[in-house]
Design a protein around this ligand. Structure first.
Ligand code: CP
Length: 300
């Protein structure tokens, strides 16, 4: 059984085909079919974009979806994720979209589930569908939609790298596709997942020099564990040195991406809401097409 728990669960050829399809020829909507297996969506953490786009993608692919969040399901009574998926499968779900909390590693279900699982964000581990939709958004903006030209560009990813499942998926994706991605964060938020040869710096201006675009990440206040990691001092320091504003990007003409949700006034200045090279909503739109393609690919 194939699952999408990590970006490494897809071959390079498959990734390039999924990007091509989601950008160039998004799958047309299908008639909703009661006999097509339903999609079980189990979310142990809050979501707006991933949840909505998977539900809409399932509908476009002719499948019903059913949503269970922790608070309104028996997960809140201590029922395990395994039992939850078994029960949904018994009701006709032929695959799952799961956002796991940090306490539940989705990889533990790899050999358990007989239906495909798509990772919709796995604690602080990975968020493969976000990295894939980001990649499709970038590729769409590359001249002639050329993989070779994308590999010649430099991209920057900046913010709270330490807690970011998106950055982790990006580290693996950039390594596999030979994309030049420079990781930027304060020293104390340097991640442990970087792969051999990947660039990390605490100097944002140096990193932005010569770059085509920048992916900005949310400061995930809820994941900071102690006063050493988080405090007013570190927030002020972060805003003064790493916040992206029009002044920081002046004359650089960089594309701007962010997986959302945005802490306006923290990692992005409020004025960036109308930044002319912002791709924030293009990412959201691309997410619907990429997730339609992924459902079609994994849920046969
Ligand atoms: N980017 C992302 O995963 O957003 P949500 O948490 O709203 O799904």
């Amino acid at each position: 059984m194939r699952h999408l728990l990590s970006v490494s669960d897809l071959s390079i050829d498959e990734i390039e085909k999924l990007v091509f399809e989601s950008v160039v020829s998004p799958l047309p909507p299908r008639v909703l079919s009661p006999v097509a297996g339903s999609v079980g969506m189990v979310f142990m953490e809050a979501s707006t974009r991933t949840r909505s786009s998977f539900a809409l993608a399932a509908y476009r692919m002719g499948r019903h979806s059913i949503y269970l969040g922790t608070q309104e399901s028996s997960l809140s009574k201590g029922e395990t994720l395994e039992d939850t998926l078994d029960n949904l499968q018994a009701m006709g779900c032929s695959g799952f979209v799961v956002r796991a909390s940090q306490q539940v590693d989705l990889h533990s279900l790899k050999n358990y589930s007989k239906a495909p699982i798509l990772n919709a964000g796995d604690g602080m581990r990975e968020h493969p569908t976000q990295a894939l939709l980001d990649l499709a958004t970038m590729w769409n903006k590359t001249a002639e939609r050329s993989w070779e030209k994308l590999r010649q560009q430099k991209w920057v990813i900046v913010g709270d790298l330490k807690h970011s499942r998106v950055a982790h998926s990006w580290a693996i994706l950039a390594d596999r596709l030979s994309i030049n991605l420079c990781f930027v964060s304060p020293e104390e938020w340097k991640p442990s997942f970087l792969l051999s040869g990947q660039q990390w710096t605490s100097d944002l201006n140096e990193a932005l020099s010569g770059a085509t675009g920048v992916i900005v990440l949310r400061v995930q206040k809820e994941r900071f564990g102690s006063d050493e990691e988080w405090g007013e001092g570190s927030l002020k320091n972060f805003v003064s040195k790493y916040q992206l504003s029009k002044k920081v990007l002046s004359k650089k003409e960089l594309f701007l991406m962010h997986p959302g949700p945005v802490n306006w006034g923290v990692e992005l200045a409020l004025e960036m809401k109308n930044y002319e090279r912002s791709l924030l909503l293009a990412q959201v739109e691309q997410g619907l097409h990429m997730r339609s393609s992924l459902l079609n690919f994994f849920f046969r």
